[in-house]
Design a protein around this ligand. Structure first.
Ligand code: HEC
Length: 151
């Protein structure tokens, strides 16, 4: 934004000298509008990415980064809960006590309850590690809300 103002001022000063002030104002205005469109485009492109979040491209990398350390056979998370997060099938199977994903409803899905810390601080996932970012949570939530498909 700052850059745009400075650039426009330079154009203004240049054009004042040459008595083309009107044209320069028009140029600044158009440039503002164009930047607005670029901004809207970028925002909707990122939203579209979350809207179309697929299991393979977006969800699995998040699980790999934050959960696989413990949720594979031989590690604490798996041994204590039975939850193996290596594949879509094992994720959908859930823990020894049942499913952690309610297809179409992220709010009542146990996985999101734990990741969002809604079950209390002691049961927050990932256990004793850094929280997922806001954006990673958005991707998981939307994927579940859109039916938790194997896509
Ligand atoms: C540092 C190890 C560790 C990491 C990383 C981790 N977990 Fe866990 N997880 C555990 C342990 C240990 C348990 C067993 C329950 C307990 O002791 O709290 C568990 C249990 C669970 C349960 C079952 C809770 C229940 O009993 O209902 C879910 C669901 C779960 N983890 C999801 C995740 C998800 C999703 C991630 C990644 C975002 C993750 N975990 C990352 C260690 C971990």
């Amino acid at each position: 934004m700052k850059l745009r103002v400075i650039k426009c001022n330079v154009v203004d000063r240049f054009n004042q000298k040459h008595l083309f002030k009107r044209k320069s104002r028009f140029l600044c205005f158009t440039r503002g509008i164009l930047l607005g469109f670029v901004w809207i485009g970028l925002v909707s492109a990122t939203n579209a990415r979350a809207d179309n979040a697929t299991f393979k491209a977006e969800v699995m990398p998040i699980l790999e980064k934050h959960c696989l350390e413990c949720h594979v056979p031989g590690q604490d998370g798996y041994e204590k809960s039975g939850l193996d997060l290596r594949t879509y099938e094992s994720l959908m199977k859930g823990t020894n006590y049942g499913s952690i994903i309610v297809e179409g409803d992220a709010f009542t899905s146990n996985m999101m309850v734990l990741i969002e810390g809604r079950a209390g601080p002691n049961l927050k996932m990932p256990h004793g590690r850094k929280d997922l970012t806001k954006w990673e949570k958005v991707i998981l939530r939307r994927w579940i809300n859109r039916g938790a498909q194997n896509n």
